[in-house]
Design a protein around this ligand. Structure first.
Ligand code: SAM
Length: 244
């Protein structure tokens, strides 16, 4: 069943407008009587029936609220060092499917790509659309936010979460499993992953000074686009969010 995020608070009768209304009527060619899933911006998920298709939008009647949540128990913010080209698209799509709550693109010293000003804003708009599509496909209850491109300093200041982990390719003592077990019941976590060029010594010190714990993801060097997915899978496995 198709899922649509409606930027309005939940109500028994709602109107879907703009891009989603066009998608329903012109692409999916849905008709009155057809059923969809909706998620309101106050987090209510429900099954709804299309009652009419009009020029200004698609009218729906909500039939039944859905109790089950598709969200993980831990709120993970992924701070991803800017990676080249399509890699960021891939990273954002997979992180949303996995259950990330927010994504921060980070301009790091060894990032090959440089993004500033309007170019950075346009990229974030693109990545936000990718996040929304991935959230629909994976039946998320929220659309994770892609934050504006930030420096390491800005990212650490604006994402001061209780637990912080930095996946550091030169870490050869502390593994992710031990680090996670040391966090107790994990409710929120900042996960920092470097770009293709890796994490600089200065960035590592900055992160550590803000309470981030450097961890190893094993003895192999993972690509930037692999490391975040592997770390997210391990964390969600550890919290039981991939099933018991
Ligand atoms: N340029 C680095 C090098 O050659 O050693 C590799 C960087 S790696 C492509 C990109 C990022 O993935 C790293 O900065 C780190 O955050 C993460 N990563 C990859 N392999 C890792 C590992 N074995 N342990 C911890 N983090 C890893």
């Amino acid at each position: 069943m198709h899922r649509f995020f409606i930027p309005q608070p939940y109500a028994a009768e709602m109107v879907i407008r703009d891009v989603d209304a066009k998608h329903i009527s012109k692409v999916l060619r849905m008709q009155p009587g057809d059923k969809i899933q909706i998620v309101s911006d106050d987090g209510v998920t429900a099954i709804a029936e299309i009652t009419s298709l009009q020029a200004d939008g698609v009218r729906i009647q909500c039939l039944e609220k859905l109790a089950e949540s598709h969200e993980p128990s831990v709120k993970i913010t992924l701070a991803q060092g800017l990676a080249k080209g399509e890699k960021m698209d891939f990273i954002i799509q997979k992180a949303v499917e996995m259950g990330v709550s927010s994504i921060v693109p980070v301009a790091m010293e060894h990032s090959v790509v440089r993004l500033e000003g309007v170019k950075a804003e346009k990229k974030v708009e693109r990545w936000q659309k990718i996040a929304e599509a991935a959230a629909k496909q994976s039946k998320r209850d929220i659309i994770p936010q892609v934050q504006p491109v930030q420096t390491v300093k800005e990212m650490l200041a604006s994402n001061d979460l209780r637990h912080k982990i930095i996946a550091y390719e030169c870490e050869d003592r502390l593994g992710l499993k031990t680090a996670l077990r040391g966090c107790g019941t994990l409710q929120e976590l900042l996960l920092i992953i470097g770009p293709e060029g890796g994490i600089s010594e200065a960035e590592l010190q900055q992160a550590r000074a803000n309470g981030a714990v450097p961890v190893s993801l094993g003895r192999r060097i993972l690509r930037a686009e692999t490391a975040g997915v592997v770390a997210l899978a391990a964390i969600l496995y550890e919290t039981g969010d991939l099933g018991e």
